[in-house]
Write a protein that binds this ligand. Sequence first.
Ligand code: BDR
Ligand code: CA
Length: 320
Amino acid sequence: MRKIIIDTDPGIDDALAILLALSAKEELDVLALTTVNGNVDVEKVTKNAFKILDVAGRADIPVYKGNGKPLVRENSMPADCHGDDGLGNIGMTDSDRMPEEESAADFLIRKVREEKGEITLVPIGPLTNIAEAVQKDPEFVSNVKEVIIMGGAVYGGNVTPHAEFNFWVDPEAAKIVFQAGFNNLVMIGLDATKYVWLDPVLRELLYQIHTPASRFIHKVTRVYADAHWGYGQKLGCELCDALVTAYLLDENVLDTIDAFVEVETQGLCDGASVVYPVTKFTDKGINCKVAVSADTKKFFEIFFGYLFPEYLEIVRTIQG
Ligand code: BDR
Ligand code: CA
């Protein structure tokens, strides 16, 4: 059983990543959610974290509120695809629960020290909390088992031509994380997440499945699909963060390369990940694995297989 902490800015695709993780009861032990400013402000994303846990019926999972702004910069604009509340504007009522007293970074530092070498960090928002923990505790990096990140891109961003949203919000934090020397760092960026596209047929299937979780996913992705239509007149939406959870459940869902990654913090390429594949840049060294593509069919088999196993055969038929 892999022990994980999800560092998140929910976020519609964050919600799906979290629900998928919670559905894998034999494989993943979700110790906590830590929240961070990103898709919307940290107050909203923290409320959203509780709403998602409510959908999953997991009031036992603690939530630690994290940074309300990037490490050194002021807040940038929120993402434009998750709705004003960050969770699809579907009018869910707030949970009664409150975040724990400890800050996200202090919790991360304490927990990985208590369970040295045991915990996988899963950051699916800007890397502010993780970078703060790196800066605060010299032993933090060696105490962590592995870090599986959604962020970055080898070729082309989604906020600027070069920068992906999570790195663009807090490039200094991303830079610190890639320089930190984590044991096993995996960057799952846009080159891979573009393959995990929820098309209208699979989205309609979620509606027909008719469980609270499937209806939630169907409803919450409405605004997200509208935004994707606005970007390029394509029907459906990209489930970026959920690919990280799928990778935790089956590494074969991704193709990765060994690489050295740096993050640009200024100029035209501010927030861009600069990826040096080891095969070409032999003297740079390796600081992470970078996802370069993903297997769409395998992803949706994992997604539906864990969340709605009775419908796996229908998904296989739809996917051909
Ligand atoms: C990332 O940006 C956010 O809007 C998503 O939640 C995801 O983490 C994709 O670039
Ligand atoms: Ca996210």
